[in-house]
Ligand binder design. Structure first.
Ligand code: C2E
Ligand code: MG
Ligand code: MG
Ligand code: MG
Length: 288
């Protein structure tokens, strides 16, 4: 971003660069020293089954509340944590905290936890998963990890066997942000994912764009023929909901239903959505 002023655009640009490099270094240092238990928390966003409107579970999303800087977005601190290796500590913390929380939920509610490619490559992931499950006593089928296609870029035997080991533990594996990656789709032949999460960028446009709708339809059909469930991410409007219902998408997630909420607000959401034929069913009928 070059601004033109009396100093001349370039100089100004350089100053801005220096400032942003400095800000990044500061953030990096703060992140390195941050104790997960003190500065981090998980927020949870409900995932709903389309047909019944029932609550299926929650996605856990990490939040960093720095005492001085304030709230830092995951879009800023996750990449930084990946660069510095801090994601290993944060990721293990998140897995454990999410499993502990989910163990207190009623029924078979699932918790979905995002796992970074760095955790995946490091080799300690299986141990972190086993530890989180045994500390929390959460049955493995109630844990789902969300991975992105970047993990599958190098489609090595090691990647596949690690995914298989995780599945053998009874843990589900979802493919996040589906449709945005550059990996070859052939990985779908080699590994049985439990679900595909259709990226928000497609969902955003389905009510207006025939192209976006065609892509979403193709992903849902692909999932159905492979026996893989599909979840639409980022559902914000009734028009998007109606389009997704017509396409028989399996599950929904988005601000239309709820943003990610803190732990204190969870019980309210659970009691609202867990009651049979409650508010969400009414909403689905109302807009259908
Ligand atoms: P993601 O896993 O694809 O998570 C979905 C993101 O979309 C979340 O952003 C969520 O708050 C946001 N979202 C949900 N519904 C809507 C909607 O209707 N409209 C819009 N505009 N956004 C919606 P968030 O929480 O900022 O997280 C961003 C990304 O950071 C996540 O994308 C994930 O890739 C990463 N992330 C978050 N928590 C963790 C974590 O614990 N571990 C790792 N490795 N990555 C995480
Ligand atoms: Mg996710
Ligand atoms: Mg996603
Ligand atoms: Mg994402």
């Amino acid at each position: 971003r070059v601004k033109h002023d009396t100093k001349g655009g370039f100089l100004h640009f350089k100053e801005e660069m220096d400032a942003s490099v400095k800000a990044k270094r500061t953030l990096e240092a703060e992140l390195r020293n941050a104790q997960p238990d003190e500065q981090f928390e998980l927020h949870y966003q409900p995932i709903l089954a389309v047909k019944s409107g029932y609550l299926r579970g929650f996605e856990a999303l990490m939040r960093w509340n720095h005492p001085r800087i304030g709230r830092v977005s995951p879009a800023d601190f996750i990449p930084l944590a990946e660069e510095t290796g801090k994601i290993l500590e944060l990721g293990a913390w998140a897995l454990r905290a999410a499993c502990m929380e989910a163990a207190s939920w009623p029924g078979d509610l699932v918790v979905a936890v995002n796992v970074s490619a760095v955790q995946f490559r490091n080799g300690g992931l299986e141990a972190a998963l086993t530890q989180a499950l045994s500390d929390s006593n959460l049955p493995p089928h109630r844990l789902e990890i969300e991975i992105t296609e970047s993990i599958l870029l190098e489609q090595t035997d090691a990647t596949i066997s690690m995914l298989e080991n995780i599945r053998a533990l009874g843990i589900r594996v979802a493919l996040d942000d589906f449709g945005t990656g550059f990996a070859s789709m052939s990985y779908l032949r080699h590994f049985p994912f439990s679900r595909l999460k259709i990226d928000r960028s497609f969902i955003q446009e389905i009510a207006e764009s025939q192209q976006a709708l065609a892509i979403v339809r193709a992903i849902i059909n692909l999932g159905n023929s492979l026996g893989i469930d599909t979840t639409a991410e980022g559902v914000e409007t009734d028009a998007q909901l109606i389009a997704l219902q017509a396409e028989e998408c399996g599950e929904l997630q988005g601000y239309l239903f709820s943003p990610p909420v803190n732990q204190a607000a969870l019980s309210q959401i659970i009691s609202t959505y867990l009651q049979p034929v409650q508010c969400d069913q009414a909403r689905l009928e109302q807009v259908a």
